[in-house]
Design a binder for this molecule. Structure first.
Ligand SMILES: Cc1cc2nc3c(=O)[nH]c(=O)nc-3n(C[C@H](O)[C@H](O)[C@H](O)COP(=O)(O)O)c2cc1C
Length: 231
């Protein structure tokens, strides 16, 4: 069962969204480019008849995750949502301390909080303390609790673009130039961030050099059988 599609039929108040049946990615078209059943949750996220806090989960599950592991579980009631790490959905030696996994849980939480405002909730989040440790086997770890109360409906431009953020799974096209306005927009992102430096390598020779370095590093990384297995 696709973790993102699971919500399609869920209309109950308290649920634990957990993997269960075997889901075969190929059958669900997850490797197809921008279409097929794997993309349904992006189309349905607002139009499905979702009431209450489940609408927030629909936004949460559209978040990015390392290797599409979707390592999240939600416990939903009428007035709260708990977010759990599903530690068994890890990428092994690629992410031994579950650092990337926790980044993706943060992405899901961010989407969820944006949706809370847009859905007319006042939401307060408590993050549980924790540290990055070697991956615990098959655990569900509580990482955040969101308390929900009625509030003013708030629109947010980041909320509006939630369904636009996903990989298109097209091959990279090294010949395609980056439009100048995109480069300008990227540079503009860090003007208010004194501790962040952005380097844009636009010359063809620089781009080739960097692509070569990344490719070499990737080959070294994936020569490790444990990394291959985790991946
Ligand atoms: C912490 C983190 C690390 C990621 N690293 C890579 C990466 O190295 N290369 C890549 O192509 N995508 C990377 N991704 C993107 C995921 O592959 C992508 O989010 C996932 O396949 C789900 O697809 P979606 O974003 O379209 O939902 C990363 C995502 C996260 C959250």
């Amino acid at each position: 069962m696709h973790r993102r599609s699971f919500l399609k039929g869920a209309g109950i108040v308290t649920i634990l969204v957990a993997g269960g049946a075997v889901w075969r990615a190929e059958d669900q078209g997850v490797f197809s480019v921008g279409q097929g059943p794997a993309y349904q949750p992006w189309r349905d996220w607002q139009t499905d008849a979702s009431t209450g806090p489940l609408a927030l989960v629909r936004a949460g599950i559209l978040a990015a995750s390392p290797h599409n592991t979707q390592p999240w579980l939600f416990r939903v009631t009428n007035s709260s949502i708990e977010l759990y790490a599903d530690t068994k959905r890890n990428t092994g030696a690629l992410d031994p301390y579950l650092r990337e996994q926790h980044i993706s849980l943060g992405c899901a939480l961010e989407n969820l909080m944006l949706a809370a405002g847009a859905s007319g909730y006042s939401a307060s989040v408590s993050l549980l303390p924790g540290k990055l440790e070697p991956s615990p086997a098959n655990q569900q770890q509580l990482v955040a609790r969101v308390e929900l109360a009625p509030g003013a409906r708030q629109k947010n431009e980041l909320y509006d673009v939630i369904p636009l953020r996903h990989t298109n799974r097209n091959p990279y096209d090294p010949k395609r130039a980056i439009p100048p306005d995109v480069a300008g927009a990227l540079a503009g992102l860090v003007t208010d961030e004194p501790n962040v430096k952005l380097f844009l390598f636009e010359a063809d020779s620089d781009r080739k050099k960097i692509a070569g370095i990344i490719s070499t590093a990737n080959n070294v990384l994936y020569a490790d059988p444990e990394v291959q297995h985790g991946s």
